[in-house]
Design a binder for this molecule. Structure first.
Ligand SMILES: *Cc1c(COP(=O)(O)O)cnc(C)c1O
Length: 440
């Protein structure tokens, strides 16, 4: 019989996935577990496709972040858009986490998860409406990350009407390239985000001139799924220069919001997560040394990504002119990352038989949606699985359910949160009727 590590291949050695997802021996076989629960049991009880999250993994990843930044004053403001399930927000809020929201809807989710979290909310986004701004003012959030001169004026008007003072940071665009997918790179001049760092000083002067605004910080966010520390260091070095200049002009800069964007290992195992985050922390904090700022961090993907899996069943095996397909019951509407970004997700059979481990085949893993873009893997070498078997699409905790849709009138999956031996339905599966009831 093969040893566990050989059998599990890269999955087992990717040190970012445990404690959430591990293979455990069951007789001759190995079964993928989320914490202490075998995934086949969840599939049986709740059906597939199914999102499964590990509460322990989420908590540990947040703790890892906090530990890496322990030497500086900081607040983690989890980026709600990565996974906005209220139960996950509540879990994070209980650990003292703050939140980065990009809409009034996300703010409402945070307030439902825990009213007291409002004091640790930052509001980002290039197109905040007056209603959203007003709601955020009423909730007394920590900070508005303002992205344009017009928004600054609207924020001042809304605050004035409520006789309140809004704390503001300007989101500056540092014109730094990050090696990531073009759709999720945000820190270049050509992008719609932020204000050019060179025109920021004029806007800070304008903000300081308003009695309804209080200049409180600088913010920057250069993109997502960035696995190299250098662009972060470069962007923050530019921000540090700006802070020195703003302070010398009399502005009070207490907060530096360094955004999110730390990538995860979808493919190749790299450093252990604590070492990886420590490196990131060093890149972020070094340029700010001596400035005595309160750091705000907005990680999303790196907190929840590896803590979630999309569990799916093989509906059909199919061969077209020598090409092999596994048609599964999950589709691009459930997890759009492969279709949208050409993203890679590791896919593993949930039950791995000792004696069949060597039997590999090259397949496309595809969903039932009527688009050729509806795939999870192309020409992927997988251990042979049969119709009815379960596959786990790994690292699906971030931008999975959050980006899910009802395309093809497909109900979105249920979501289950695991803690040790306990499983909690944190979102029940939608019913088809709910998908069209607003049309009747
Ligand atoms: C998307 C986003 C984040 C989170 O990015 P991750 O890559 O998930 O860490 C943080 N801040 C802002 C402003 C964002 O738009």
């Amino acid at each position: 019989m093969m040893r566990r590590n050989e059998l599990a291949g890269p999955f087992q050695v990717n040190s970012q996935r445990p404690p959430g997802f591990v293979l455990r021996e069951r007789g001759q076989d190995f079964v993928l577990h989320c914490e202490d629960i075998p995934l086949p049991k969840l599939a049986e009880r709740y059906g597939t496709p199914l999102y499964v999250y590990s509460a322990t993994a989420i908590r540990e990843r947040l703790a890892t972040f906090n530990h890496a930044f322990r030497r500086v004053r900081h607040t983690i403001c989890y980026s709600v858009k990565a996974n906005s399930n209220i139960n996950i927000l509540r879990l994070l809020a209980r650990q003292g986490c703050g939140f980065d929201v990009v809409s009034g809807g996300e703010l409402e989710r945070v307030l439902v998860a825990g009213r007291s979290a409002a004091s640790k909310v930052v509001f980002s986004g290039v197109g905040k409406s007056r209603d959203e701004i007003t709601a955020a003012l009423k909730a007394r959030i920590l900070l508005f990350n303002v992205e344009s001169e017009s928004e600054l004026r609207v924020l001042a008007e809304c605050a004035k009407r409520l006789r309140m003072v809004a704390r503001v940071a300007l989101r500056v665009n540092p014109d730094v390239a990050a090696d990531t997918h073009p759709y999720i790179s945000t820190g270049l001049r050509k992008h719609k985000f932020g204000v050019p760092i060179n025109s920021a000083r004029t806007l800070y002067a304008e903000a300081a001139g308003s009695r309804s605004l209080k200049v409180a910080g600088v913010s920057v966010h250069i993109g997502s799924q960035i696995t190299d520390a250098a662009p972060f260091a470069e962007a923050i070095a530019r921000v540090a220069d700006l802070i020195r200049e703003l302070r010398s002009n009399g502005h009070k800069i207490d907060y530096v919001d360094v955004g999110g964007g730390l990538g995860i290992d979808y493919q190749e195992p790299r450093l252990k997560f604590p070492d990886y985050v420590a490196k990131y922390a060093q890149a972020v904090t070094k340029p700010l040394r001596g400035l005595k700022v309160h750091l705000l961090l907005e990680p999303g993907r790196s907190i929840v990504g590896p803590a979630g899996t999309l569990l799916t069943s093989v509906l059909y095996r199919k061969e077209n002119d020598g090409k092999h397909f596994l048609v599964v019951d999950a589709a691009m509407n459930d997890l759009i990352r492969p279709a949208l970004y050409g993203a890679y997700h590791e896919i593993v059979p949930v039950v791995q038989f000792g004696d069949l481990a060597a039997k590999k085949e090259t397949v496309d893993v595809v969903g039932p949606v009527c688009e050729s873009g509806d795939f999870f893997a192309r020409d992927r070498e997988l251990s042979r699985v049969e119709e009815g078997d379960l596959l786990a699409i790994l690292d699906a905790g971030a931008y999975g359910m959050a980006l899910a849709s009802n395309y093809n009138t497909r109900p979105r999956p249920a979501e289950i949160l695991i803690r040790g031996k306990s499983a909690k339905v944190i979102r029940r599966r939608e019913k088809v009727r709910e998908l069209y009831s607003a049309e009747l």
